[in-house]
Design a protein around this ligand. Structure first.
Ligand code: NAD
Length: 478
């Protein structure tokens, strides 16, 4: 397997180094595995100019040719999935099989966007006699995209594939902590024949780059994945320039376990899902509200499965949970656990750093957590589960809605009436019933409340990268 790649900026079809770099750390053992180049102001200006030129070329390229580039890029992702996964596990720490799955999912997203882009149909509206109105969907323009570190391959692909499929050019600012995923995404598009300038890749000081790019008149859409705090800041900046945004922000997913399900099965399923990606998932099931009669059995089963979670190197095939991405997340986890315990929660499992090398945190279970604890309102974004009760389904739905987030929620019951009540009552963008599976390339993903704006994926996601133009056409001048 090749060593960790030499990372570069990618601007106007050229790979570019800069004098200013920061180290890339392996979160498993804190060793330096590479360096990330930091963009300078001149790199940002060059990327903006390339995006404007690239947009003129790409927006006029027939949809079929654009789709063919996306399909070639997808094929290259598949061919290179092992290499891409290796680098992703080195800088992000997730198990190798999960990294490979993420690369293959990236390919699926590209394929779906390519196919859907051929169906960006408009409409014809007759209107007044002698007139014909044609409604067109045209690419919105150059996009500033900010991807993040928890799914470094697929958050980058989500933005790039939809934008390119719609005919936009993109400046992608990728995360410095886990930079290899976006680097490989840019490489497959270059090798698939994407014209120079259509896609640029930047790393660097995030506030400086977003603060410079977003106000530019060239930028017609901003898409960001990350925390609600940063999303709010970028959204405010974009609003000052009337630039639309797509915001995929935090979540605090509730899980409602009704009194008619098997508590042992649910405990096993819940714990297996909670520790995926070390809990660093915006849809991670976090607040489990269990029907009171099932609570004890559910907790026993959850704890058994949580205890059995294999924590270790992402390169060990038996590992289920790798490290957290950086040391800041370790501190955040410890602080949330400490506060919850002080408020009266029972620490049933874990609660501290695992080992003394790398950023591992123990699979953690808190039970009977009072609503006053910080973790009941703040997204843990790590391997901490909250096991609480619900006295009725109405109580569970009220508790599910009691946070400011509204990204994902899960509900489990055999009764259609219970499931329907959850469909009607839970305030989220993504509701999964009787499963912990969430989004597909073909389904729209996003949140309500402070979890975000807009959708990624599905026809809805693609439509954000277009603008609607109505052409009023009178058959005779007059
Ligand atoms: P953070 O808010 O500092 O960073 C999150 C991401 O935003 C990073 O990729 C970072 O580079 C980027 N970022 C930060 N400031 C920015 C700015 N001014 N302009 C542009 N980009 C900026 O948080 P963190 O400590 O890295 O991660 C913790 C929190 O981030 C979590 O609690 C979670 O809420 C959120 N997060 C959410 C997702 C998601 O999938 N929605 C993914 C990653 C992180």
């Amino acid at each position: 397997m090749p060593d960790y790649p030499q990372l570069s900026l990618f601007i106007n079809g050229q790979w570019r180094q800069t004098a200013d770099t920061i180290p890339v750390l392996n979160p498993e053992d804190e060793t330096v595995i590479g360096t990330t180049p930091m963009a300078r102001r001149t790199d940002l200006d060059d990327a903006l100019e390339a995006a404007e030129t690239g947009f003129r070329i790409w927006s006029r390229t027939p949809a079929k040719e654009r789709a063919a580039v996306l399909m070639r890029a997808a094929a290259l992702m598949r061919d290179r999935a092992d290499e891409i996964a290796h680098a992703n596990t080195l800088d992000m720490g997730k198990p190798l099989a999960a990294s490979k799955q993420e690369a293959l999912r990236g390919a699926m997203i590209m394929e779906w966007d390519a196919a859907e882009s051929l169906r960006q149909y408009g409409r014809v509206i007759e209107g007044t006699a002698g007139y014909r109105n044609t409604v067109l969907r045209q690419p919105i323009g150059p996009v500033a995209a900010f991807s993040t570190w928890n799914f470094p391959i697929s958050t980058a692909v989500r933005k790039v594939a939809s934008g390119l499929a719609a005919g936009c050019s993109i400046i992608l600012k990728a995360p410095e902590d886990t930079p290899s995923g976006a680097y490989h995404v840019a490489r497959v598009f270059q090798d698939a024949g994407l014209p120079d300038g259509v896609l640029s890749l930047l790393y660097g000081d995030a506030p400086e780059i977003s603060g410079y790019l977003i106000p530019q008149t060239a930028i017609r859409l901003v898409t960001f994945t990350g925390s609600t705090a940063v999303g709010g800041h970028l959204g405010t900046l974009a609003a000052q320039h009337m630039t639309p945004v797509i915001m995929e922000l935090g979540g605090h997913a509730p899980v409602l376990v009704c009194d008619d399900v098997d508590p042992a099965q649910m405990g096993q399923m819940g714990a297996a899902r909670k520790y995926r990606n070390s809990g660093q998932v915006c849809t991670s099931p976090t607040r489990f509200y269990v029907a009171e009669p099932l609570y004890d059995q559910f907790c026993d089963s959850f704890l058994d499965r949580a205890r059995a979670t294999r924590v270790g190197s992402g390169f060990d095939a038996a590992t289920e949970m790798g490290p957290l991405v950086h040391d800041r997340r370790l501190e955040a986890m410890s602080a949330l656990v400490e506060d919850a315990v002080q408020q009266g929660a029972e620490l049933k499992l874990g609660g501290k750093r695992h080992g003394n090398k790398g950023y591992f945190f123990e699979p953690t279970v808190l039970a009977n957590v009072p609503d006053t604890a910080r973790i009941m309102q703040e997204e843990p974004f790590g391997p901490i589960a909250i096991l609480n009760t619900m006295s009725s389904l109405d109580d569970g739905i009220a508790k599910a809605n009691s946070v400011d987030f509204g990204l994902a929620a899960y509900g489990f019951s055999h009764k259609a009436t219970n499931l329907d009540r959850m469909v009607d009552g839970i305030e989220v963008g993504q509701l999964s019933l009787n499963t912990f599976d969430t989004s597909l390339p073909e389904t729209p993903f996003g949140g309500v409340k402070s979890s975000g704006l807009g959708r990624e994926g599905g026809a809805e996601g693609l439509s954000h990268y277009t603008v609607v133009k109505n052409v009023s056409h009178r058959s005779e001048i007059g």
